[in-house]
Design a protein around this ligand. Structure first.
Ligand code: SAM
Length: 317
């Protein structure tokens, strides 16, 4: 993304890639708008790509540009240079996908979304969510200093409290777009290889990531996958998942409230240890027990709240 674009959209004036992120001149409302709009576009993109799987074998969010651009006609439809050809279903979808793709680019893409999210981590605006995790770990006296391993999914910085608190022997950080290539592994967690047993983790942090994942099924898949990353080598020590979501995902969703989430998580083997609602986000600390699974009955959405002004956030397993 060009610096010009970023300036036009938000007034951010400093280049951030591969440096500690600096954000200036971006108002909190603007940051929230960037985040909301990015989530909507990502959801629309995901739906279009899903619809296109019947026309392009194996198309997904990583390879769609490559696949579409390898067909010169589809490439020009995607790039909106061949409007007259948008008559069949496949071309309509490709044309729409091109439109969404351009909107995402012009609004700054993932990089700008991360800048806006980093702003949310500034202390004056709610701060680094991992502070709550460390507060809880200390309160529950759950992890003795320096012996445990943590995995942070969706990491914006290696300087967050989870990394600096000294409670962990190692913190492995992954993100779709790494802002510190030496400290944060750039990859999709869904493709991050499950390590050998001795390299697995005692704690996984998944803060403000599930709401980024575009579909309810993919969110469920992410939760399911997280379980594979817990070590079994210290049976005495707890296996913990720290999770954060925007508050409305749980307090104003048509399809999810905390009681439903509790039973879903329990069907995956997670027991709620801690829960905290802040003004804008909600935090959980879950303990995982691989032997404590329940029945999986969460394959379709069920309304838990009615009313017009609800959001549709949900998770399916
Ligand atoms: C809103 S930021 C949250 C960052 C930080 N964890 C926090 O709590 O402030 C969401 C981050 O999750 C990352 N992310 C989303 N889906 C991911 C995935 N499947 N694998 C790795 N990172 C992902 C995004 O790239 C983004 O940097």
């Amino acid at each position: 993304m060009g610096l010009l674009n970023r300036k036009r959209v938000t007034g951010i004036t400093e280049k951030s890639k591969n440096q500690n992120v600096k954000v200036r001149n971006i108002k909190p409302e603007k940051a929230r708008k960037v985040i909301r709009s990015f989530h909507t576009l990502r959801k629309n993109r995901s739906k279009l790509i899903n619809d296109l799987t019947q026309h392009f074998h194996g198309i997904n969010e990583e390879n769609y540009m490559e696949i579409i651009r390898s067909d010169s006609h589809m490439k020009s439809v995607f790039e909106n240079q061949d409007k007259l050809s948008n008559i069949d279903a496949k071309s309509v979808l490709v044309g729409e996908l091109g439109k969404v793709h351009r909107q995402m680019e012009s609004q700054g893409g993932l990089e700008l979304y991360q800048l806006a999210s980093t702003l949310g981590q500034q202390v004056s605006r709610g701060g680094d969510s991992s502070r709550k995790l460390i507060e809880w770990l200390k309160e529950l006296n759950l992890m003795s200093k320096g012996t445990y391993r943590a995995l942070e999914i969706g990491s914006l910085s290696s300087k967050n409290v989870i990394s600096t608190c000294g409670l962990f022997q190692t913190v492995t950080r992954v993100d779709l777009h790494s802002q510190e290539p030496e400290e944060i592994i750039e990859c999709d967690f869904m493709e991050f290889a499950v390590p050998k047993e001795e390299d697995r983790y005692d704690l996984v942090s998944c803060s403000l990531v599930l709401n980024f994942v575009p579909t309810p099924i993919q969110r469920g898949d992410m939760l399911r996958r997280i379980r594979l990353f817990f070590t079994e080598s210290n049976p005495e020590s707890p296996k913990l998942l720290f999770m954060v979501l925007p508050l409305p995902c749980i307090t104003n969703s048509r399809y999810l409230d905390n009681s439903l989430l509790l039973s879903m998580m329990s069907s995956l083997g997670f027991k709620q240890l801690k829960y905290h609602e802040a003004t804008k986000v909600v935090y959980w600390l879950w303990e995982f027990d691989k032997n404590a699974k329940g029945p999986n009955i969460y394959r379709s959405k069920k309304e838990v709240r009615s009313g017009k002004n609800r959001n549709n956030f949900s998770i399916l397993l």
